[in-house]
Design a protein around this ligand. Structure first.
Ligand code: HEC
Length: 404
């Protein structure tokens, strides 16, 4: 009996220590995944939280913002549609993360997250193919934004299955968009990102875009595309007004996988507004305006991601699909649009939309002086266009089809 008791005591104390460690690791892990992923020196957040002094400085603010669901940022309304890549923390995750932040000590040399951070960074370097613009581009001082087309060829030893993509730029804060596609040398000949159309995209691998907040895009399990062993990256990079002359380096990191792909991805653009059912899309000065449009699908698609797109005047966005039999499928609802946080939202399960489905999209824009991002004082009419001081209203759907 006594030995039993001793054994039991040893067993439970061992078990609770391990549980505590695991819990600690869970908090560290969550902090890495949900916070440091943006808050590191080259991340999209304005400051780093990757060292002890940085965390200590913001500790009370971190506790508050996490409790109030303000950080990590997540725009879609969870009551409308749920996504696989949601950053939202559930109650247990919140507790583990906050417990770890609260208890973090200055001399914590064995900080699990630091090891984790280093390992993750190391792991990544060996796993991707970096296709870099060979010379970079020279950017001159400009009071307006500039759109620079680019194309460059590459050769790698063999075709590769790509399961994640990342846009990279030496001065990411200058870039407000980038569009790019990859095609084999022959198909890309004479093409430019501005002539992208559905058929061309469907037959020519993937085309994607960078907008603030979506630098990295891991694809859904089993999904990806094949990067041909020799080809071209073609696209354009859109830069905000700049105040100094500089050369920027940029490119794409393609993360490879040995596993065969089960589904091949392509982009189904739901075009920007004027191409659909508005002759002109102009937001009057000093006004708050609402627009609604729909686009009919010319082919059946299996939708994996939705990626709504507006610029700095955008406030709210809603998109849903109405099937030919009139059933409605919610795609996305954003009640408080943030320009710096434009994600590809991955549906929990793929959504099948037959030919003839209408994709509706509705958006609210604020062109008054109450919009802190409004660059025009006094306000002026805002037209549609790619410039950061114009507007767009689009929803890009990334779809898949089985490999032939
Ligand atoms: C998708 C990228 C991203 C993630 C993930 C993220 N943040 Fe942030 N964070 C930002 C950006 C961008 C800002 C600046 C917000 C702004 O200017 O409105 C910010 C601001 C903050 C601020 C300062 C807020 C203020 O009012 O000055 C704190 C503190 C913060 N984040 C903590 C966190 C914590 C803790 C996590 C994880 C639970 C986290 N963030 C996850 C992007 C991110």
């Amino acid at each position: 009996m006594r030995t039993h008791l001793l054994f039991w005591m040893l067993f439970t104390s061992f078990f609770s220590v391990t549980l505590a460690q695991e819990r600690n690791l869970e908090g560290a892990n969550l902090f890495f995944e949900k916070c440091i992923s943006c808050h590191h020196p080259k991340g999209s957040a304005p400051f780093s939280l990757a060292t002890y002094p940085e965390i200590a400085r913001f500790r009370s603010m971190i506790m508050q913002l996490v409790q109030q669901d303000i950080m990590p940022p997540w725009q879609p309304d969870p009551h409308y549609q749920q996504y696989e890549n949601s950053r939202q923390l559930d109650a247990a995750q919140k507790e583990a993360l906050l417990d770890w932040v609260a208890k973090l000590k200055k001399n914590d040399k064995l900080m699990a997250w630091q090891r984790l951070y280093k390992n993750k960074m190391k792991q990544k370097k060996s796993d991707f193919i970096h296709l870099k613009h060979p010379e970079g581009i020279n950017v001159a001082v400009s009071p307006r934004d500039t759109i620079i087309p680019f194309e460059f060829s590459y050769t790698i030893p063999t075709d590769q299955n790509i399961v994640q993509i990342e846009f990279y730029c030496s001065n990411i804060s200058l870039v407000h968009h980038a569009n790019y596609f990859v095609a084999d040398e022959q198909k890309a000949q004479g093409k430019h990102a501005t002539v992208m159309n559905e058929n061309f995209l469907r037959n020519n691998n993937i085309a994607l875009g960078y907008a603030p907040g979506n630098r990295q895009l891991p694809f859904a399990q089993g999904c990806g595309f094949v990067l041909p062993k020799s080809g071209k990256v073609v696209g354009d990079i859109h830069l905000s007004p700049s105040f100094k002359n500089e050369t920027i380096q940029f490119g794409l990191r393609f993360y490879t996988s040995e596993k065969p792909l089960k589904e091949i991805m392509f982009l189904q653009t739901v075009p920007s507004l004027h191409k659909v059912n508005y002759e002109t899309f102009t937001i009057a000065p000093d006004s708050i305006q609402y627009f609604k449009a729909y686009y009919s699908l010319h082919q059946a698609v299996k939708v994996r991601y939705t990626h709504p797109h507006m610029h700095v005047f955008g406030k709210q966005f809603l998109s849903y699909a109405v099937l030919p039999q009139n059933d409605t499928i919610p795609l996305i609802k954003i009640n408080d649009w943030r320009f710096w946080e434009q994600q590809y939202y991955q549906f929990k399960k793929p959504i099948y939309l037959p030919k003839g489905t209408k994709i509706f999209y509705e958006a609210l824009y604020d062109n008054t002086l109450n919009n802190p991002l409004n660059p025009f004082r006094p306000t002026i009419p805002i037209t549609e266009g790619w410039s950061i001081h114009q507007e767009m209203m689009a929803n890009f759907l990334i779809c898949t089809y089985p490999p032939n």
